[in-house]
Design a protein around this ligand. Structure first.
Ligand code: C2O
Ligand code: CU
Ligand code: CU
Length: 461
């Protein structure tokens, strides 16, 4: 049986089953309608047309849920292309993961797909399409998803920064959003760097208050090298999950690398004194630094202290048993330039340049492409991620959370994550418990790499 035919029948049945289970578990919350549509927006002097968002004139909103509370998101496609929505970092049932042909069929124009799930983990996550991925993400369709903890986490306020580039001409129109040259190397970078689609926005918070600053890199390509200037701050979460160990604050010389798909949460204690600000700065290799946004103090000081904050509650992630873990190796590298991956209705960039274990992934829709590895449910594994190229790759695994345990290039803090940024020539071992059954996409989050061969999937039985 062809993979696509198989999914037509089994995928539909699985969706019904998950919906039924969710329905039994808790009262049905009303579905939130998310309508993917064309948008226009003024980034600089002129209006940019041809964006893709969830409203006609604004960035995709921050979606909010609470850990353990069911969410129902009805995604309607009002574009002329196919789509599918993925909830990056959420450990939810496979049928709700939004990967075309692997977990569902693409959503056709004028069709609606109801995503229903209960987030098991609190933290900063995000959402983006997984069909026409490059086209729709480059044109704006990337949003942040905040899953709140059960109780009060002690902050006075919160700021969410959705960092991403756009590639715009002077007249506001789009430049080509990918290039063969970029796809074969580090990716094509945008030229207008934004936070929440704005350049250097300023956000007011009460002086001396405690702000939870959630930063998500939703760009298709750029690795943001970040630091906060003159801030009294602490890193409290990484890729969604609480950080318990004390990490050095990033500095201009040692900025924090936040790759595409990655998130970092800071606790920031606002400066005392009206008008003082905390700039969030990106180092741009070979260029001047760029202020991404500022937090500005207003009013009389609340005189709070970072130590007032209780630690964030742990998420229920099972720790791998390294003694018993079986190892699988994955080699990420180039491939001789070949034909276009066949991505069914989900768009192709027209080339293959990249490979996993020397095979370029020929697209989600390709028949006969099996899983890269089959993991037995409940067992611990070590996955060795080997970068054979000089380019950086943020390697992302859906549906599971993992722990980096060693690198051949640096001391890596053991922080739970869903995306490991591989440096040039780096080999990172990650450990996980295969506790969520399904076919989980496994790919580079530089979308031009993902769409030209550096993608596959791992099966958990
Ligand atoms: Cu952000 Cu395949 O995911
Ligand atoms: Cu994902
Ligand atoms: Cu890559």
């Amino acid at each position: 049986m062809k993979r696509r035919d198989f999914l037509m029948s089994s995928g539909a049945a699985a969706v019904g089953l998950v919906a039924a289970q969710n329905g039994l578990m808790a009262a049905h919350p009303p579905a939130q309608d998310l309508v993917i549509q064309k948008a226009a927006y003024r980034f600089r002097d002129s209006v940019t047309q041809g964006l893709v968002s969830l409203s006609a004139d604004a960035p995709p909103p921050v979606l909010r849920g609470r850990v353990g509370q069911p969410m129902r998101l009805a995604v309607t496609n009002q574009t002329p292309d196919y789509t599918a929505m993925h909830w990056h970092g959420l450990r939810i049932p496979n049928a709700m993961d939004g990967v075309p042909y692997l977990t569902q069929l693409p959503i056709a124009p004028d069709e609606t797909f109801l995503y229903e799930f209960t987030p098991p983990d609190a933290g900063t996550y995000w959402y983006h399409p997984h069909c026409m991925t490059m086209a729709q993400m480059a044109h704006g369709l990337t949003g942040v998803m905040v899953i709140e903890e059960r109780g009060d986490s002690g902050f006075d306020s919160e700021e969410v920064l959705n960092l991403r580039d756009f590639r715009l001409a002077d007249d506001g129109g789009f430049l080509p959003y990918y290039t063969a040259r970029g796809a074969a190397r580090g990716g094509t970078h945008g030229n207008v760097l934004t936070a929440n689609w704005q350049q250097e926005p300023v956000y007011d918070h009460v002086a001396g208050s405690l702000v939870r600053l959630r930063i998500a890199n939703t760009d298709t390509t750029r690795i943001y090298r970040l630091h906060l200037e003159d801030a009294e701050a602490r890193i409290i979460a990484w890729d969604g999950h609480p950080v318990r160990q004390a990490l050095d604050l990033p500095s201009p010389k040692a900025p924090l690398f936040v790759g595409p798909g990655q998130r970092v949460d800071f606790a920031v204690r606002m400066p005392d004194g009206e008008g003082r600000d905390v700039p969030i700065i990106a180092e741009l290799p070979g260029r001047e630094t760029q202020i991404m946004a500022r937090l500005r103090s207003v009013g009389a000081s609340l005189k709070r202290h970072l130590n007032d904050l209780p630690p964030l509650p742990e998420n229920p992630v099972t720790r791998p048993d390294l003694e018993k873990a079986e190892m699988h190796e994955f080699v990420f590298g180039w491939t001789p330039e070949g034909g276009a991956p066949d991505d069914g209705l989900c768009g192709s960039l027209g080339y293959s340049f990249w490979s996993i274990n020397r095979t370029p992934w020929m697209g989600d829709a390709a028949t006969g492409s099996g899983p890269l590895a089959v993991l037995e449910r409940g067992k611990s594994y070590v996955l060795r991620l080997r970068n054979e190229s000089p380019n950086l790759h943020p390697i992302h695994l859906h549906g599971l959370v993992f722990l980096p345990i060693r690198s051949n290039r640096r001391a890596l803090p053991a922080l739970l994550t869903d995306t490991a940024l591989l440096l040039k020539g780096e080999v990172i071992d990650i450990a996980l418990v295969a506790d969520n059954p399904g076919d989980w996409a496994f790919h580079c989050h530089v979308i031009e790499h993902q769409k030209t061969g550096l993608a596959g999937y791992i099966r958990v039985t």
